[in-house]
Design a protein around this ligand. Sequence first.
Ligand SMILES: O=C([O-])C(=O)C[C@H](O)[C@@H](O)C(=O)[O-]
Ligand SMILES: [Mg+2]
Length: 418
Amino acid sequence: MIIRQIEVTPVAFRDPPLLNAAGVHEPWALRTVVEVITDEGLSGLGETYGDLEHLTKVRECAQVLVGLDVHATNEMYARISAVVGDVVTDMHGLTGMATQEKSVDRVFAAFEVACLDIRGKAAGVPVVDLLGGRVRDAVPYSAYLFYKWAAHPGAEPDRFGEALDPAGVVAQAALLIKEYGFTSIKLKGGVFPPEQEIEAIEALHEAFPGLPLRLDPNAAWTPETSIRVGRELEGKLEYLEDPTPDIPGMARVAAEVPMPLATNMCVVTREHLPPAIAQQAIRVLLLDHHYWGGLVRSAHVASLCATFGLELSMHSNSHLGISLAAMTHLAAATPNLTHACDTHTPWQNGQDVVAPGSLRFVDGAVPVPSGHGLGVELDRDALAVMHEQYLTCGITSRDDTTYMRRFDPAFTTRRASW
Ligand SMILES: O=C([O-])C(=O)C[C@H](O)[C@@H](O)C(=O)[O-]
Ligand SMILES: [Mg+2]
């Protein structure tokens, strides 16, 4: 199974004005679709970020992988490492520190997933079987709430409406739970002063008694504020995610708050694990195969977490169905996944590059797609439309901060700001 051709296609899809510590989502979210085709005519899909610097590396790497066997992922990693070199990508700050290893892992992941898709198709099994087999038939996801504007300035309101206070957040949760059946809730914080976000969590706790809740301010608070908020929210959160920057800061908070701390920011590559474990900075790691180097490497990290007693959840960014399928296969094969995974799927609002039918939510969980490989088919018409949108949308890299400054020139990103 020799790689004969690789198609790399950037796409754009509409994204609502979701608020976070870096600013606000732009009207278009970007992704890159990777399609690997073998000499035997099998093809496999991968999905990754769409930011130009990253896309450029993905394109350069695609050229050096032609001729490789789809099983030769060690050689694939070495070649990608050589091409990526010392360039560090991913500087928007919402997925934690950017490192050289992470930059390589981010490029490698899309190709690795595509090769696993091919290997699954060739063997006549779903990808979950290549990862050790399923330990669950469906993967639970959480309702991922965002503070948001009713519309992008100058545009028509979207169907989700405004959510800028506790009532708006509760209404948003009710909508997502009604449509998807989610049984846990995450609120993206770091947008308003912590007192307001505490009120929102209290309102959610009251409106949805018994549903596990998480709050993620993306390191917008100082350690002191994090300790105060953590204590105030005792008994109301299953975990507090990245309240404050860096491993030492998280360790200070972890020692003083009643709930576990989770991260997708201070532990984002293997070199962060030993200090985080030694300092007891986190209890929950949010895995993300897009930057942990694909599905097999992520499974290794999950196994390390089991060794060191860390719990597991899964992180997401704006994504499409190829990513949702890959996340679902990985999570279904991860025995020690202890919390529902994050997904941005509802915000995609039906836009996708995969043909409908293979991915659905049942009671907040996605059943593992039943087909071979990832079990999703590329919708080539949708891909063409979304590629055209990429070419015309005028955005080449995610920049929530600059977009926010168009409407609030004094806005600064929130890092330990409160
Ligand atoms: O858990 C997280 O930190 C995220 O999901 C990061 C994302 O970039 C989120 O903040 C977003 O979509 O704005
Ligand atoms: Mg997070």
